[in-house]
Design a binder for this molecule. Structure first.
Ligand SMILES: *Cc1c(COP(=O)(O)O)cnc(C)c1O
Length: 386
């Protein structure tokens, strides 16, 4: 689809068509998997379509990158081997030793580990702050040193909400860039670049891929100059998405809208069930009016997503038992696939943050609500809690 059409088209049309025109020689409707590392040149430097070597660019990846930029309403998209590879590339593009980053106090554990254990050793300062409080984010900024304000919203696994517009203003006042990890919300529910963010990060392993069959990451940026710098680092560091992975991720992206609507429908049904169950102490979901981030979420999200967390009244022992007893919900890490997953963050995804500011309650259970039949999901939870 041409850029001009893409700019005007609706979300689903962009997800399906942006980034690729049917192949001029064969008419292939879907971007082929270009399993090639190098490209024939027509005379020295005579590149066909700019392709030279597949770390620098590969047509299967180019198609995905164009579609990612279009759904996030950014200038350019970049696809990486994983979400963490995307994050690391961004940090090394923007930060130098001695610089400082403000970071959510309940971020994804792997992102925290990347900053605290890897980037810190290269001289990057780190201060955590609650994303739900723009004043606390402002107070955590070190004028002149803070280059990035990192935001996840909703956060993982406590589903706290950060006000993207307000925190963008805080970051920009200090001359820092605002980065939003949009993995949980997805571009279907929330478009941070339209709310003032400078960069969107994704673990495309999750909802964008959507079928638990590929690991990948993405960056989408708004500013062309920053895009040039990210492009340089993507190639210079080399943690790119391979053509097979890019193909699967792109296939997933096409159905993101319909999948997210079903994820949200099912999550709402599960929340209603859990809220009425005597063994459940509290349900954490931004769609609930009593959730502290509900108003901000209603302003910046189309719906509230497929992730639900809850605390049980019987402590850690019961939380572990619920995870073990579930049958339709598969016990496992990760999220965002068509199948429902259940996990115990304290012992699983967030075990690496035990003893830090990011430690999560031991009686917490996290659900990635899939797109199966809602009644089966509820019956399964009823059994697991019983
Ligand atoms: C999974 C995840 C990441 C890391 O992505 P990988 O693809 O596993 O490297 C980053 N942020 C969030 C919110 C995630 O859920």
């Amino acid at each position: 689809m041409s850029q001009e059409h893409a700019d005007k088209a609706g979300f689903e049309t962009r997800a399906i068509h942006a980034g690729y025109e049917p192949d001029p020689t064969t008419g292939a409707v879907i971007p082929p998997i270009f399993a090639t590392s190098t490209y024939k040149q027509d005379g020295v430097g005579g590149l066909r379509g700019g392709y030279e070597y597949s770390r620098s660019a590969n047509p299967t990846r180019t198609a995905l990158e164009g579609a990612l930029a279009a759904v996030e309403e950014g200038e350019r998209g970049f696809a990486f081997a994983s979400g963490l590879a995307a994050e690391d590339t961004l940090v090394r593009t923007v930060c130098r030793p001695g610089d400082h980053v403000v970071f959510p106090d309940d971020a994804y554990g792997g992102t925290h580990r990347l900053f605290a254990k890897v980037e810190a050793a290269w001289g990057l300062g780190l201060t955590t702050a609650p994303v739900s409080d723009p004043d606390a984010v402002r107070a955590a900024i070190r004028p002149g040193e803070t280059k990035l304000v990192w935001l996840e919203t909703p956060t993982n696994p406590l589903l706290n909400i950060g006000d993207i517009e307000a925190i963008a203003a805080v970051a920009h006042d200090a001359g820092a860039l605002l980065v939003v990890d949009n993995t949980f919300a997805t571009p279907y529910l929330q478009q941070p670049l339209t709310l003032g963010a400078d960069v969107v990060v994704h673990s495309t392993t999750k909802y964008v891929g959507g079928h638990s069959d590929v690991v990948g990451g993405a960056l989408v940026v708004r500013d062309l100059e920053l895009a040039e710098q990210v492009a340089f680092h993507q190639n210079a560091i080399g943690a790119v998405s391979g053509p097979f992975d890019a193909f699967l991720t792109h296939r997933g992206l096409k159905t993101l809208g319909v999948r997210m609507d079903r994820h949200c429908d099912n999550a709402e049904a599960v929340v209603e069930f859990l809220a009425a169950h005597p063994a459940v102490g509290s349900v954490i979901y931004p769609g609930l009016p009593e959730h502290p981030g509900h108003d901000v979420a209603s302003r910046q999200m189309k719906r509230y997503g497929g992730m639900v967390s809850f605390r049980v009244t019987g402590g850690e022992e019961q939380a572990l038992r619920v995870c073990d007893r579930a049958r339709v919900f598969t016990l496992g890490e990760s999220l965002g696939g068509v199948e429902s997953l259940i996990e115990h963050p304290g012992r699983m995804t967030h075990a690496s943050v035990a003893g830090t500011d990011l430690e999560v309650p031991a009686d917490l259970v996290r659900l990635s609500v899939g797109i199966e039949t809602a009644a089966d999901l509820i019956a399964d939870l009823d059994h697991a809690l019983g």
